[in-house]
Design a protein around this ligand. Structure first.
Ligand SMILES: Cc1cc2nc3c(=O)[nH]c(=O)nc-3n(C[C@H](O)[C@H](O)[C@H](O)COP(=O)(O)OP(=O)(O)OC[C@H]3O[C@@H](n4cnc5c(N)ncnc54)[C@H](O)[C@@H]3O)c2cc1C
Length: 578
């Protein structure tokens, strides 16, 4: 692989495939397509290199990469009507590996019902879990935890791949709360059973167990450190970083009624045009892909017209159907000093931990910020189901998630100067709110208008409220009694009935960064949707979209695992098309 840092280093302007975005999905395609030495590939990435960025390598430091850093696109959402008109950060990775280099390393595959639903919606049996699960073997390299502890009973080996590309591992350095959490799963086993393997697929995600992270030997395993690194010796792969794609250009038409071909890519800032002899593969993520489509005249005719953009393909589904998981960190004060809070306030201890990580990739920073998490469903007799049909992917798929952390873990909000905490994050896993992403102007460097319309349905607010009640029940388990003293902060402490919990939820919920759906996949004959089941963009030739934006429903887990499987199948489909 050749890594070029500016466009003037390009010696060639035509490649078989031009991949836009060296992110989670883009680098899977780069690796798989370059397996054929006869095929030439250019990947264009707006962001910087991930080399030497310690926060992108040491798992515990992942959350410091966003928001408001050079490694983040630094988007914000428009004021959210379901959240008291608040606006807040909407991070997206902007470096080699994309969001797989900037995320929090949680690694699962969604449920088998997620994939079977995708298969049903698209009419393509290839999306069913029975077909998709083969890609775990190609993708995953399950490795021992960094502290080498005995992991018997913490995962089920038969569900995993051991010879794939991306390292996945269990927590290495124990946290104080782990034994309490496990004891609580025994004390409250009806509502919060222990789950022996938290990867999903055919094994239920319901219950609480040990987190699996995209890390090995104490370092993050991103699409860059895994898929790109593995392709290191291939001369047919070129990656151009620090270069923003402005838009796609329609190729000159032979016949006036021909289907528009989008094999030309215009890059900043010279206006240089790169051509794909075979195909352009758009992998710029839910925000970037939507923006590039709209700037290229592929989108809602009315919206494009109002900005003075000539519509080439009128498709109102572009930018529509935005779906995401919401996050609410519930902070509990703890009695003893065993949380990480004092450690994190002590700069000399932090420096020593960084030194330890740099020297031998061990210690607190070699571990993720979380060891235990789980998923749950609302009770089947919950009152909301008299007015809303169950939005989960199926009867075995979760409605919400619980994440347990041994310190103040509140993305974007710094810890207070005093106090020791345990954070219990809840996440809405089966949201029914749908929003949109729209470009604000014809300037590719202007940020788009991102409106997820969070918490704008009865179901979403109901599920968040019930999840707050549920985690209070979990924390009331005897296992926590000597550690936890109670809710921290007035709005959480006073959230005691439906109304006060609702205002607490609307006042503090943000995102867990899983946007999908703005270039949804649908069946070839569907009236809505942006891509066909083989990723080709409806109404175009020479163009496919392969990234999180094509999921019509957000998977019932964190999204990088599903994106990896999606991109592995895309690689097979693209190779087969030749
Ligand atoms: C802060 C954060 C934490 C997360 N935590 C987790 C987690 O713990 N577990 C999990 O499973 N998921 C997590 N996610 C979500 C997960 O990482 C994403 O869903 C997934 O990586 C998206 O993959 P993608 O290929 O669609 O996009 P990305 O990986 O974001 O790739 C898109 C790439 O395209 C580039 N690009 C965009 N526009 C342009 C342009 N115009 N020109 C050139 N390049 C462009 C971007 O810079 C980026 O490199 C997190 C995400 C974030 C942001």
């Amino acid at each position: 692989v050749q890594i070029l840092t500016q466009f003037t280093q390009l010696t060639n302007l035509t490649y078989d495939y031009v991949i836009i975005g060296a992110g989670n999905a883009g680098l899977v395609l780069a690796n798989r397509l370059s397996e054929n030495p006869k095929v030439s590939i250019l990947v264009i990435e707006a962001g910087v290199s991930d080399q030497g960025v310690i926060a992108a390598e040491a798992p515990f430091l992942g959350p410091t990469l966003t928001p408001n850093t050079p490694y983040d696109w630094n988007y914000t959402v428009v004021p959210q009507t379901g959240m008291n008109g608040r606006t807040f950060a909407y991070p997206r990775g902007r470096l080699l590996g994309g969001s797989s280099s900037a995320n929090y390393l949680f690694h699962q595959y969604g449920t088998n019902e997620d994939w079977d639903r995708l298969s049903k919606v698209t009419g393509d049996a290839g999306w069913s879990w029975s077909n998709m699960k083969q890609y775990i073997q190609k993708h995953e390299k399950f490795v021992p935890p960094v502290d080498g502890h005995n992991t018997t009973g913490q995962f089920i080996p038969s569900l995993h791949g051991f010879n794939g590309v991306t390292s996945v591992s269990l927590p290495g350095f124990n946290q104080t709360i782990d034994p309490m959490v496990l004891e609580a799963t025994q004390q409250l086993s009806d509502e919060f059973p222990f789950n022996e393997d938290m990867s999903g697929g055919d094994h239920s995600l319901l219950g609480i167990g040990f987190l699996q992270s995209s890390a090995g030997q104490g370092s993050r395993s991103s699409s860059s450190t895994s898929y790109l690194a593995q392709a290191n010796s291939r001369p047919n792969l070129t990656v151009l970083i620090n270069t923003t794609v402005l838009k796609l250009l329609r190729s000159p038409q032979v016949a006036s009624n021909a289907i528009p071909s989008f094999r030309k890519v215009q890059i900043a800032t010279s206006g240089t045009i790169v051509t794909a002899a075979k195909e352009v593969l758009l992998c710029a993520g839910s925000v970037g892909t939507t923006q590039i489509l709209q700037l290229s005249g592929i989108g809602n005719n009315n919206d494009l017209k109002s900005l003075g953009i000539a519509t080439v393909v009128n498709n109102p589904s572009v930018g529509d159907n935005l779906s995401d998981h919401t996050l609410l960190p519930n902070i509990f004060s703890v009695k003893d000093g065993q949380s990480f809070d004092d450690f994190l306030r002590d700069q000399s201890e932090v420096n020593a931990a960084v030194q330890q990580w740099v020297a031998n990739k061990t210690g607190i920073f070699a571990n993720n910020v979380v060891n235990n998490f789980g998923f749950a469903r609302l009770p089947s007799n919950a009152s909301i189901f008299s007015s809303t049909s169950d939005p989960a992917a199926g009867p075995g798929s979760p409605h919400w998630e619980i994440i347990l952390s041994n310190f103040w873990f509140n993305p974007g909000i710094p810890q207070p100067s005093t106090g020791n905490f345990m954070t219990v994050v809840i996440v809405l896993i089966s949201p029914t709110s749908r929003g949109s992403i729209k470009i604000a102007s014809t300037n590719p460097f202007d940020k788009p208008l991102i409106d997820p319309k969070y918490l704008t349905t009865d179901f979403d607010i109901f599920a968040m409220r019930e999840a707050v009640k549920a985690i209070k029940r979990f924390l009331a388990a005897p296992a926590f009694s000597s550690h936890v003293s109670g809710p921290f902060g007035t709005s959480f402490s006073s959230a005691t009935d439906d109304d006060s919990i609702e205002s607490y939820v609307r006042g503090l919920t943000t995102t867990i960064f899983h946007p999908v759906g703005t270039a949804s996949m649908s069946s070839r004959t569907a009236k809505t949707g942006v891509v066909n089941p083989d990723f080709t963009v409806k109404g175009t030739v020479g163009l496919r979209i392969v990234d999180a934006s094509v999921f019509p429903f957000v998977p019932s887990s964190h999204t990088q695992g599903p994106v990896y499987l999606l991109a592995e199948r895309a690689s097979d489909i693209i190779k087969a098309a030749g």
